[in-house]
Design a binder for this molecule. Sequence first.
Ligand code: MLT
Length: 245
Amino acid sequence: MIFETYFSKELEQLEEEKYKNSIIIMIDILRASTTICSMLFNGAKEVLPCPNPDDAWQRYRERDGINCVLAGEARLKLPKGFGLGNSPTENTSDKVKDKTIILSTSNGTKIFTKAVPANYRIIGSFVNADAVIDFILRNKQGTNSIIILCAGEYGEPCEEDLLCAGYFIDHLMQDKQDVLKAHSKEAELLYLDHKDDIPSALNQCKHSQDLYDLGFRKDVEFAGKLNICSVIPLISRQNIITSAK
Ligand code: MLT
């Protein structure tokens, strides 16, 4: 298996062809991929990722707002008229159960509609890591590469995303023929350095400090908890995210 890991600013240079016969794991630990896992775990029907609040409002109006919730953030602030933010600890089941969540965030939702030709596109995080790994191991027939896309922050790499990419690589590599490309080796080494204490590694990330300053410490703590939301968020060809059965 070939493992490739990229940062969001590199995606424009990648040909769509690359994604054929691949499985994609999309990561935005703080916080969009963690939030989507908690929303689906709490019973949300589906999540529609949007690149910005205006696009989210358009999708909302197309559905006459029926059974829909606008959620997300723009530069860490709640967009006007949104019912939910981008906090994985605030979207409790009373707020999301059986709802269509129309989600717009500063970084994560901008990559979740990429790589359409892939065999599977999966939202990955620490909170659902082993469920994703198990799904990939059961469904990798016909797959030549596992491509990990890290959302980062405003185009710059985030260490927490690379750390999670390293977790996936370390747990999915199975034999000596495996090849690590782009940032995959860097991700694996980062994970091996911090494998025994992911929460404290997260605690030292820059984005965590920004979230602490805004009162979202509990989100960072939640995001570092392995396997507490055992869901497999799959992104359909129509860019709708639902939990695999
Ligand atoms: C996102 O999740 O897209 C952003 O990284 C910002 C955040 O909500 O923490």
